[in-house]
Write a protein that binds this ligand. Structure first.
Ligand SMILES: C[S@@+](CC[C@H](N)C(=O)[O-])C[C@H]1O[C@@H](n2cnc3c(N)ncnc32)[C@H](O)[C@@H]1O
Length: 288
């Protein structure tokens, strides 16, 4: 069996002979793409190994090869499949990440919805990770409550990974996490300081968000229709075809006027014409 060598990514790092044969890499890349949309290029062999080793070990297996053989046999228990898929997700998030999307919501989108006579606004945080995004949406709505009095808001938050949803529901964050992006005034107002230097979101905010498991590759039909979708920092992991499919299915469940907010490195350009990028407001896309 020929060994698949992951190419070096920086001049300083020594060569990292991957633990996978080319055949194993092709299998696991296809397996992950089918389940989560993650597109793994061959230079990510090192990442695969770093993430899968602990899963193999935790399940009493000697190597990633043994783990892959188990997956290939078709006899892997669902819990193991879940662990493998979740281990490969990147869950990095922070409160008010990039700031602008939350400004766009309060300064552009909500006034437009109000002007259109909307009284019930549904917001979807797709790929919400550990909850900082939907809770930032909730804090923004609370802070703007007087301006949008008479409007009701529903925040629906989904993610593929159960491990992050559990954390999001608990709403408990470390000192480090609340120091990233969260204004101190909002920390004091909406969080309670707990033991071990952790901070817990108050119930008035928790109760505004409904967390549910959701895979962006699967149907959105059961979720109803939305006015605003935050889909940030997840499309970057998908190939073009998957991005187009996700964006077009999101367009199909948006009311008109409908709004999509993407991450700083994401766009609908060259993928679909169902959204029109805003010229003045970076990261904001309007249903065409
Ligand atoms: C980098 S985080 C982004 C979190 C947040 N939106 C933000 O911008 O801070 C990406 C999240 O996407 C989730 N994810 C990856 N593939 C997914 C899929 N197919 N369906 C739903 N969520 C997915 C991961 O579990 C992870 O929590």
């Amino acid at each position: 069996m020929s060994s698949f060598i992951a190419p070096m990514t920086t001049g300083a790092t020594p060569p990292n002979p991957s633990a996978f044969t080319k055949d194993e890499f092709t299998f696991i890349a296809g397996f992950l793409k089918q389940r989560s949309g993650l597109t793994l290029t061959e230079d990510k062999g090192y990442l695969l190994e770093t993430r899968l080793q602990p899963v193999a070990r935790a399940n009493g297996m000697a190597s990633c090869s043994e783990l892959i053989a188990k997956l290939r046999s078709g006899g892997a228990p669902t819990a193991l499949v879940t662990q493998v898929v979740e281990s490969m997700t990147t869950n990095e998030s922070m409160f008010f990440r990039d700031t602008k999307p939350f400004d766009h919501m309060k300064n552009v989108i909500l006034p437009a919805l109000k002007a259109a006579g909307k009284t019930h606004v549904r917001i979807w945080s797709a790929a919400c990770s550990t909850g900082q995004e939907p809770y930032s949406i909730a804090m923004t709505l609370k802070e703007e409550a007087i301006k949008f009095a008479g409007m009701q808001f529903e925040i629906y938050a989904t993610d593929l990974a159960d491990k992050v949803l559990d954390r999001a529901r608990a709403g408990s964050y470390s000192q480090f996490e609340v120091q990233r992006g969260l204004p101190i005034m909002l920390l004091m107002k909406y969080f309670t300081q707990c033991a071990n230097n952790t901070w817990e979101i108050k119930n008035e905010l928790k109760s505004m968000v409904k967390f549910t498991p959701g895979n962006l590759l699967e149907s959105y039909a059961h979720m109803g229709r939305f006015d605003i979708i935050f889909c940030r920092n997840v499309l970057i992991y998908f190939d073009e075809k998957t991005k187009t499919d996700v964006l077009e299915r999101m367009a199909a469940i948006l009311h008109k006027p409908g709004y999509l907010l993407l991450g700083g490195a994401e766009s609908t350009l060259n993928l679909t014409k169902k959204f029109t990028p805003s010229i003045e407001h970076r990261g904001l896309f309007t249903l065409t």
